[in-house]
Design a protein around this ligand. Structure first.
Ligand SMILES: Nc1nc2c(ncn2[C@@H]2O[C@H](COP(=O)(O)OP(=O)(O)OP(=O)(O)O)[C@@H](O)[C@H]2O)c(=O)[nH]1
Length: 213
Protein backbone atom coordinates (compact mmCIF):
# COMPACT_ATOMS: atom_id res chain seq x y z
CA UNK A 1 0.00 0.00 0.00
CA UNK A 2 1.47 3.32 -0.96
CA UNK A 3 1.80 5.86 1.81
CA UNK A 4 -0.96 8.44 2.04
CA UNK A 5 -0.18 11.99 3.04
CA UNK A 6 -2.22 13.54 5.77
CA UNK A 7 -0.95 16.98 4.73
CA UNK A 8 -3.33 19.48 3.13
CA UNK A 9 -2.98 19.65 -0.67
CA UNK A 10 -2.17 23.03 -2.16
CA UNK A 11 -2.48 23.32 -5.93
CA UNK A 12 -0.11 25.99 -7.23
CA UNK A 13 -2.23 28.39 -9.32
CA UNK A 14 -1.36 28.37 -13.02
CA UNK A 15 0.17 31.59 -14.31
CA UNK A 16 -1.95 33.61 -16.66
CA UNK A 17 -1.20 33.01 -20.33
CA UNK A 18 -3.45 35.76 -21.73
CA UNK A 19 -2.89 39.29 -20.50
CA UNK A 20 -5.07 42.24 -21.40
CA UNK A 21 -3.14 45.49 -21.50
CA UNK A 22 -5.03 48.69 -22.25
CA UNK A 23 -3.69 52.00 -23.56
CA UNK A 24 -5.42 55.16 -22.30
CA UNK A 25 -4.67 58.84 -22.81
CA UNK A 26 -5.77 61.94 -24.70
CA UNK A 27 -6.52 61.85 -28.40
CA UNK A 28 -3.36 62.24 -30.47
CA UNK A 29 -0.77 61.29 -27.84
CA UNK A 30 0.22 58.27 -29.93
CA UNK A 31 -1.55 55.23 -28.43
CA UNK A 32 -2.30 53.57 -31.79
CA UNK A 33 1.21 54.36 -32.98
CA UNK A 34 2.76 52.77 -29.87
CA UNK A 35 0.67 49.62 -30.33
CA UNK A 36 1.51 49.42 -34.03
CA UNK A 37 5.19 50.00 -33.38
CA UNK A 38 5.28 47.20 -30.82
CA UNK A 39 3.22 44.64 -32.75
CA UNK A 40 4.10 45.35 -36.39
CA UNK A 41 7.24 47.48 -35.99
CA UNK A 42 5.74 50.13 -38.29
CA UNK A 43 5.00 53.83 -37.89
CA UNK A 44 2.46 55.87 -39.85
CA UNK A 45 2.85 59.66 -39.69
CA UNK A 46 -0.78 60.18 -40.79
CA UNK A 47 -2.91 57.94 -38.60
CA UNK A 48 -6.63 58.60 -38.21
CA UNK A 49 -8.15 59.00 -34.74
CA UNK A 50 -9.36 55.72 -33.25
CA UNK A 51 -13.14 55.35 -32.93
CA UNK A 52 -14.05 53.12 -30.00
CA UNK A 53 -11.41 50.45 -29.47
CA UNK A 54 -9.12 48.20 -31.47
CA UNK A 55 -6.88 45.40 -30.32
CA UNK A 56 -3.87 43.44 -31.50
CA UNK A 57 -2.25 40.32 -30.04
CA UNK A 58 1.42 39.65 -29.55
CA UNK A 59 2.89 36.46 -28.17
CA UNK A 60 6.05 36.55 -26.11
CA UNK A 61 8.01 34.23 -23.87
CA UNK A 62 8.24 35.02 -20.17
CA UNK A 63 10.31 32.75 -17.88
CA UNK A 64 10.06 29.96 -20.46
CA UNK A 65 6.27 30.25 -20.83
CA UNK A 66 4.26 31.62 -23.77
CA UNK A 67 2.19 34.65 -22.88
CA UNK A 68 -0.26 36.26 -25.29
CA UNK A 69 -0.49 39.96 -24.82
CA UNK A 70 -3.81 41.37 -25.94
CA UNK A 71 -3.22 45.10 -26.43
CA UNK A 72 -6.32 47.29 -26.43
CA UNK A 73 -5.99 50.68 -28.06
CA UNK A 74 -8.77 53.11 -27.13
CA UNK A 75 -10.13 56.34 -28.60
CA UNK A 76 -8.81 59.24 -26.55
CA UNK A 77 -11.20 61.88 -27.82
CA UNK A 78 -13.91 62.85 -25.31
CA UNK A 79 -16.73 62.25 -27.80
CA UNK A 80 -15.85 58.54 -27.90
CA UNK A 81 -16.00 58.07 -24.13
CA UNK A 82 -19.09 55.84 -24.12
CA UNK A 83 -17.61 53.69 -26.89
CA UNK A 84 -14.37 52.94 -25.03
CA UNK A 85 -15.33 52.59 -21.34
CA UNK A 86 -17.20 49.23 -21.68
CA UNK A 87 -13.87 47.65 -22.68
CA UNK A 88 -11.93 48.50 -19.51
CA UNK A 89 -13.08 45.52 -17.43
CA UNK A 90 -10.74 42.58 -17.17
CA UNK A 91 -7.58 44.59 -17.90
CA UNK A 92 -4.43 43.21 -16.29
CA UNK A 93 -2.40 46.37 -16.75
CA UNK A 94 -3.14 49.94 -17.84
CA UNK A 95 -0.68 52.08 -19.80
CA UNK A 96 -1.47 55.72 -18.99
CA UNK A 97 -0.12 57.69 -21.92
CA UNK A 98 0.61 61.35 -22.54
CA UNK A 99 2.72 63.22 -25.04
CA UNK A 100 5.79 65.11 -23.79
CA UNK A 101 4.99 67.96 -26.21
CA UNK A 102 1.47 68.43 -24.85
CA UNK A 103 1.17 69.59 -21.24
CA UNK A 104 -2.62 69.20 -21.17
CA UNK A 105 -2.30 65.50 -21.98
CA UNK A 106 0.01 65.20 -18.96
CA UNK A 107 -2.42 67.09 -16.68
CA UNK A 108 -5.19 64.75 -17.81
CA UNK A 109 -3.41 61.61 -16.55
CA UNK A 110 -5.31 61.78 -13.25
CA UNK A 111 -8.63 61.85 -15.09
CA UNK A 112 -7.64 58.85 -17.17
CA UNK A 113 -6.66 56.96 -14.06
CA UNK A 114 -9.99 57.80 -12.39
CA UNK A 115 -11.98 56.84 -15.48
CA UNK A 116 -10.16 53.53 -15.68
CA UNK A 117 -10.61 52.65 -12.01
CA UNK A 118 -14.31 53.47 -12.18
CA UNK A 119 -15.23 51.65 -15.39
CA UNK A 120 -12.87 48.70 -14.93
CA UNK A 121 -14.36 48.38 -11.44
CA UNK A 122 -10.92 48.00 -9.85
CA UNK A 123 -11.40 46.83 -6.26
CA UNK A 124 -7.95 47.76 -4.93
CA UNK A 125 -6.70 50.73 -6.99
CA UNK A 126 -3.55 51.02 -4.85
CA UNK A 127 -2.48 47.54 -6.00
CA UNK A 128 -3.41 47.85 -9.67
CA UNK A 129 -0.45 47.85 -12.09
CA UNK A 130 -0.32 51.13 -13.97
CA UNK A 131 2.63 52.04 -16.18
CA UNK A 132 3.07 55.62 -17.45
CA UNK A 133 4.33 56.47 -20.93
CA UNK A 134 5.54 59.92 -21.98
CA UNK A 135 5.44 59.54 -25.77
CA UNK A 136 6.96 61.56 -28.65
CA UNK A 137 10.38 62.05 -27.04
CA UNK A 138 11.79 62.47 -30.53
CA UNK A 139 10.10 65.91 -30.70
CA UNK A 140 12.38 68.78 -29.68
CA UNK A 141 9.71 71.18 -28.30
CA UNK A 142 8.92 69.56 -24.97
CA UNK A 143 6.25 70.86 -22.59
CA UNK A 144 6.68 68.22 -19.88
CA UNK A 145 10.03 67.52 -18.26
CA UNK A 146 11.25 64.08 -17.24
CA UNK A 147 11.41 65.26 -13.61
CA UNK A 148 7.77 66.45 -13.57
CA UNK A 149 6.59 63.18 -15.04
CA UNK A 150 8.69 61.09 -12.65
CA UNK A 151 7.36 63.07 -9.70
CA UNK A 152 3.75 62.47 -10.77
CA UNK A 153 4.45 58.73 -11.04
CA UNK A 154 6.13 58.68 -7.65
CA UNK A 155 3.31 60.56 -5.92
CA UNK A 156 0.50 58.63 -7.54
CA UNK A 157 1.58 55.08 -6.76
CA UNK A 158 5.26 54.55 -7.57
CA UNK A 159 4.42 53.79 -11.20
CA UNK A 160 7.19 52.91 -13.63
CA UNK A 161 7.75 55.68 -16.17
CA UNK A 162 9.03 55.31 -19.73
CA UNK A 163 9.77 58.02 -22.25
CA UNK A 164 8.87 56.51 -25.59
CA UNK A 165 8.84 57.33 -29.25
CA UNK A 166 6.57 55.31 -31.50
CA UNK A 167 8.28 57.12 -34.37
CA UNK A 168 11.81 55.87 -33.71
CA UNK A 169 10.87 52.93 -31.43
CA UNK A 170 12.56 54.30 -28.30
CA UNK A 171 11.57 52.30 -25.18
CA UNK A 172 8.40 50.87 -26.72
CA UNK A 173 9.25 47.17 -26.27
CA UNK A 174 10.75 47.72 -22.84
CA UNK A 175 7.57 49.48 -21.66
CA UNK A 176 5.38 46.57 -22.74
CA UNK A 177 7.77 44.10 -21.11
CA UNK A 178 7.47 46.02 -17.86
CA UNK A 179 3.67 45.97 -18.24
CA UNK A 180 3.77 42.17 -18.59
CA UNK A 181 5.96 41.75 -15.54
CA UNK A 182 3.77 44.05 -13.45
CA UNK A 183 0.61 42.28 -14.59
CA UNK A 184 2.04 38.84 -13.78
CA UNK A 185 3.35 40.03 -10.42
CA UNK A 186 -0.08 41.48 -9.51
CA UNK A 187 -1.70 38.21 -10.56
CA UNK A 188 0.73 36.14 -8.45
CA UNK A 189 0.07 38.42 -5.48
CA UNK A 190 -3.70 38.07 -5.87
CA UNK A 191 -3.36 34.26 -6.04
CA UNK A 192 -1.44 34.21 -2.79
CA UNK A 193 -4.19 36.16 -1.04
CA UNK A 194 -6.73 33.43 -1.81
CA UNK A 195 -7.15 31.38 1.38
CA UNK A 196 -5.96 27.81 0.83
CA UNK A 197 -7.67 25.15 2.85
CA UNK A 198 -6.54 22.69 0.22
CA UNK A 199 -3.97 19.94 -0.10
CA UNK A 200 -0.32 20.33 -1.15
CA UNK A 201 0.00 18.07 -4.19
CA UNK A 202 3.67 18.84 -4.72
CA UNK A 203 4.63 17.76 -1.22
CA UNK A 204 6.48 14.48 -0.90
CA UNK A 205 4.47 11.86 0.95
CA UNK A 206 5.83 11.03 4.37
CA UNK A 207 7.81 7.86 4.74
CA UNK A 208 5.83 4.66 5.30
CA UNK A 209 7.12 4.48 8.86
CA UNK A 210 5.99 7.97 9.67
CA UNK A 211 2.67 7.43 7.96
CA UNK A 212 1.74 4.15 9.48
CA UNK A 213 3.15 4.37 12.94
N1 LIG B 1 6.87 62.68 -33.68
C1 LIG B 1 6.09 61.71 -33.24
N2 LIG B 1 4.82 61.62 -33.67
C2 LIG B 1 4.06 60.61 -33.18
C3 LIG B 1 4.55 59.66 -32.25
N3 LIG B 1 3.54 58.80 -31.96
C4 LIG B 1 2.49 59.19 -32.68
N4 LIG B 1 2.78 60.28 -33.44
C5 LIG B 1 1.89 61.00 -34.35
O1 LIG B 1 0.86 61.60 -33.58
C6 LIG B 1 -0.39 61.53 -34.27
C7 LIG B 1 -1.42 60.83 -33.40
O2 LIG B 1 -1.03 59.49 -33.20
P1 LIG B 1 -2.05 58.33 -32.83
O3 LIG B 1 -1.27 57.11 -32.63
O4 LIG B 1 -3.17 58.29 -33.83
O5 LIG B 1 -2.64 58.90 -31.46
P2 LIG B 1 -3.76 58.26 -30.52
O6 LIG B 1 -3.35 58.51 -29.14
O7 LIG B 1 -4.00 56.84 -30.91
O8 LIG B 1 -5.04 59.15 -30.89
P3 LIG B 1 -6.62 58.79 -30.73
O9 LIG B 1 -6.88 57.62 -31.61
O10 LIG B 1 -7.35 60.01 -31.19
O11 LIG B 1 -6.87 58.52 -29.30
C8 LIG B 1 -0.12 60.78 -35.59
O12 LIG B 1 0.07 61.74 -36.61
C9 LIG B 1 1.18 60.05 -35.32
O13 LIG B 1 1.92 59.83 -36.48
C10 LIG B 1 5.90 59.78 -31.83
O14 LIG B 1 6.43 59.02 -31.01
N5 LIG B 1 6.62 60.82 -32.34
Amino acid sequence: VSPVSSQPVHVEPARKSLLKVILLGDGGVGKSSIMNRYVTNKFDAHLFHTIGVEFLNKTLEVDGNQVTLQIWDTAGQERFRSLRTPFYRGSDCCLLTFSVDDNQSFLNLSNWKKEFIYYADVKEPENFPFVVLGNKVDVTERQVSTEEARLWCQENGEYPYFETSAKDATNVAVAFEEAVHRALAADDKADHLIPTDTVKLHRKPRSATACCS
